[in-house]
Design a protein around this ligand. Structure first.
Ligand code: NAD
Length: 244
């Protein structure tokens, strides 16, 4: 039995499967990841651009960076892999998605049980009065402001910020329930998000890593698949349809 057939078999056997996605899940939709050879951080310094300090100290550079990310996101569509995960949720093949992505592509593909650990680029918020706005407001020139006059912040978790407590709590609950935990397209270098695959192992789940490059958690995995997310999901979907 090859690796893809084995994973299809495990999906069929598992009574609670959680998928954990990272930026590599969305590269096939045209969104660059951060750390691979062609990732965003190869040309830019994250602390200078995507931190709370940058927002206050270099607001023009900060908002230019987010304007660019939003413009790229506007053109991106969920790919076949996102659609397959949404279909698997409907068919109860998977129970939840925990994502580090802020692009909203799982929602746009039709997934409902999605926990966004790092927030979302879909909206912006005022840190003073907590009012939220659709992110299109960030596309306007200059520094976007709330009706109260305060600067708006993209709804994503910036360097130097805490993760949303409710998302962490939900992710913890889902991870503890899992029998099968599948990581797709993550370097697993960002903490505390990278704690969840280890927690899944602790509760006895099988851990599968689907990633183009090696990660530091490879030796903890029960199965490694080094291939493109969309391709792997399509192949497994095909195999699942042949299993009774
Ligand atoms: P990362 O950039 O650290 O790692 C991405 C991994 O995905 C790499 O190891 C790469 O080899 C792999 N990869 C790339 N394309 C792939 C493909 N088609 N199939 C399988 N694997 C592929 O990303 P991360 O671990 O998610 O951590 C980065 C942080 O960046 C997260 O906090 C996330 O919020 C943020 N981010 C999000 C987006 C997005 O929302 N689309 C994009 C860039 C960064």
């Amino acid at each position: 039995m090859d690796n893809l057939q084995l994973l299809a078999q495990w999906l069929k056997e598992s009574t609670y499967t959680v998928v954990f996605t990272g930026a590599g899940m969305s590269t096939e939709s045209g969104l660059p990841d951060f750390r691979s050879k062609t990732g965003l951080w190869k040309s830019k310094d994250p602390k200078k651009l995507a931190s709370i300090e940058a927002m206050y100290q270099n607001p023009h550079e900060f908002y230019d960076f987010y304007r660019q990310r939003l413009a790229t996101l506007g053109e991106a569509k969920p790919h076949k892999g996102h659609l397959i995960l949404a279909d698997w949720e409907k068919k109860r093949i998977i129970q939840a998605i925990i994502t580090q992505n802020v692009d909203g592509l799982h929602h746009r593909a039709g997934s409902h049980r999605v926990i966004e650990l790092h927030g979302t680029l879909r909206e912006s918020l005022c840190l003073k009065c907590q009012k939220t706005y659709p992110s299109q407001i960030l596309l306007t020139e200059g520094i976007p402001r709330c009706s109260c006059g305060n600067m708006l912040k993209p709804g994503v978790v910036l360097f130097g910020e805490m993760l949303p407590q409710e998302a962490l709590r939900q992710a913890d609950i889902e991870t503890r329930r899992s029998h099968l935990f599948i990581v797709i397209g993550s370097s697993l270098e960002v903490s505390p998000a990278n704690f969840f695959p280890l927690e899944a192992k602790e509760v006895g789940a099988r851990l599968v890593l689907i990633n183009l490059e090696p990660t530091e958690m490879d030796e903890r995995a029960d199965l490694l698949i080094r291939d493109k997310a969309g391709h792997v999901l399509e192949k497994i979907d095909g195999i699942l349809k042949t299993l009774a």
